[in-house]
Design a protein around this ligand. Structure first.
Ligand code: HEC
Length: 89
């Protein structure tokens, strides 16, 4: 019983924590590719140098275009763009 309760509590938090690259690709293709193209193209003056900057700009662009993305959407897209293009870490 105890173990069951524990796994029930753990499940949603686990699926929340893991970034999902294919969701990130969908989100990007739907909302970002019309400007940044596929594969992704940088449009900025300032080159991104780490993941914190990348995440900040994803938040900035998704806020600016009023996409109402949640933290998971931002994280998925960060993971996708990092894997596909930026290759930080
Ligand atoms: C209407 C066009 C447009 C859309 C849609 C758009 N962006 Fe951008 N984005 C830009 C422009 C223009 C810049 C450069 C801004 C600057 O450097 O001041 C930029 C900059 C960025 C940067 C920073 C550096 C770089 O690589 O150019 C990132 C990361 C980024 N956008 C991600 C996204 C993501 C993720 C989305 C989807 C939520 C998105 N953008 C949607 C136009 C767009």
């Amino acid at each position: 019983m105890k173990a069951k309760l524990f796994s029930l509590l753990l499940l949603p938090s686990l699926s929340w924590a893991v970034p999902n690259i294919s969701d990130g690709k969908l989100l990007h293709d739907e909302s970002c590719a019309k400007c940044h193209h596929t594969p992704y193209q940088s449009l900025g003056w300032n080159e991104m140098t780490n993941r914190t900057e990348l995440r900040y700009m994803i938040e900035a662009c998704s806020d600016h275009f009023q996409l109402e993305w949640n933290a998971q959407d931002v994280e998925d897209t960060e993971e996708f763009l990092n894997t596909e293009f930026f290759l930080f870490d």
